[in-house]
Design a protein. Sequence first.
Length: 207
Amino acid sequence: MEKAEKFWDRISRNYDHNDKGPSASYLKTIEDIKLYIDENSVVLDLGCATGTRTIDISDDAKEVHGIDISSKMIQIANTKVEQGNNANIIFTRARVFDERLKEESFDLIISFNVLHLLDNLPLVIQRIYRLLKPGGVFISSTPCMGDKKILFGLLILLLRKTGILPHVAAISSTELHAEIIKPGLRIIEGEIVGKNKLNYFVVAEKD
């Protein structure tokens, strides 16, 4: 088991802890995602964690797949499916390069708070492009700590060296924008969001 998987397995039990319920920004994100889903949509949630977002968008889609590297996160997600009525959801422990994911299979791919945690972002974006059907949409929101390197750089370096955090890239929103459009994705919407104006929210379409 690699370091990143161990980290996410370790925090899985408390990952959903939120006494106040879903925030207004979360609910708006769900609404934004649903604008790109209809009854025929096949959706992939890359880095689905415990599947909360995956489940919340599932009613509007034909089929939703959630993947994550953490087996314990997927365990929790599958428990939620068993307790609900979500026959169109499939949760699997997998990476985006898993051969079970077929090219041009998805109408929509979403990935929230994940891209900055990946070792080889360019290859991941290329893979996302290939997994999308022509005209398919990619929606993501990513902390771009490269926009505020002075504030976050030393902290991230310290947390990584102590083993508290797995790999975290201090990518900037400009760099992320460039990587997304490189394979041929066209950005429909791109804006800096969040309380700290740190997350780059993107909607991109495969032409």
